[in-house]
Write a protein that binds this ligand. Structure first.
Ligand code: 3PG
Ligand code: 3PY
Length: 205
């Protein structure tokens, strides 16, 4: 699981965190992001069409589509059934940890402090989200927390911007970051999304 999720995290420096409001937007958004160099796509289960969006986006060549905002074993099952190739959660519970472990799907649980990270490690997960990255203390917090917890590597998400992404990506503990800035709300402007994706894909790490 660790190796498989790291492979997803290494596809690009940024994983777009997507809230798909209208199923008609799913394909053009996925095409624009992949064309711009961001193949790993996290579709959050926050909208009615999220599972359908996972199905649609998976048909875009090159896209590696995962589910985000997976809070329960049932969310995880529905995501896997929809074809999600990886699972992201803002946190971790014993029930979700057991379901993810059993399913063997690449899993990126959320952590915000040392105890969260220790719990995730205890459950067998060492590739983690750091969420909400900026509000949880920013790069200096993650740097300090990860010093004694060197086995864990992260995808900081929450408040990450093109401006602060380089600082996150410079940390040894960071493999990639997550963020929503590439895809503004509303009818997708595919040229703008592709340009934002290209800039994100070019970030150094
Ligand atoms: C979210 O919760 O939507 C993700 O953490 C992305 O948040 P962002 O808009 O701060 O990038
Ligand atoms: C999620 O929605 O999965 C989060 O972790 C918040 O970005």
């Amino acid at each position: 699981q660790s190796e498989a999720v790291e492979k997803v995290m290494r596809l690009a420096p940024v994983i777009p965190v997507l809230v798909i409001e209208d199923i008609e937007h799913a394909r053009p958004i996925a095409e624009a992001l992949v064309a711009g160099g961001l193949p790993a796509l996290e579709v959050t289960l926050r909208t009615d069409c999220a599972l359908e969006a996972i199905r649609v986006m998976k048909q875009v060549p090159g896209a590696v589509v995962g589910a985000g905002t997976v809070l329960t074993p049932d969310d995880l099952k529905r995501s896997v059934d929809a074809g999600a190739e990886f699972i992201v959660s803002p946190g971790l519970t014993p029930n979700l940890a057991e379901a993810a472990y059993k399913s063997k799907i690449p899993f990126l649980p959320g952590t915000a402090n040392a105890s969260d990270i220790m719990f995730a490690l205890e459950c067998g997960f060492d590739r983690l989200k750091f969420f909400p990255a900026m509000a949880a203390g920013g790069p200096s917090a993650l740097k300090a927390i990860s010093a004694p917890l060197a086995a864990a590597k992260f995808c900081p998400t929450g408040g990450v911007t093109p401006q602060n992404a380089p600082e996150w990506l410079a940390l040894d503990a960071v493999i990639c970051v997550g963020g929503s800035w590439m895809v503004p709300k509303g009818k997708p402007d595919v040229a703008q999304i592709e340009a934002a994706a290209r800039a994100a894909a070019g970030l150094a790490r």
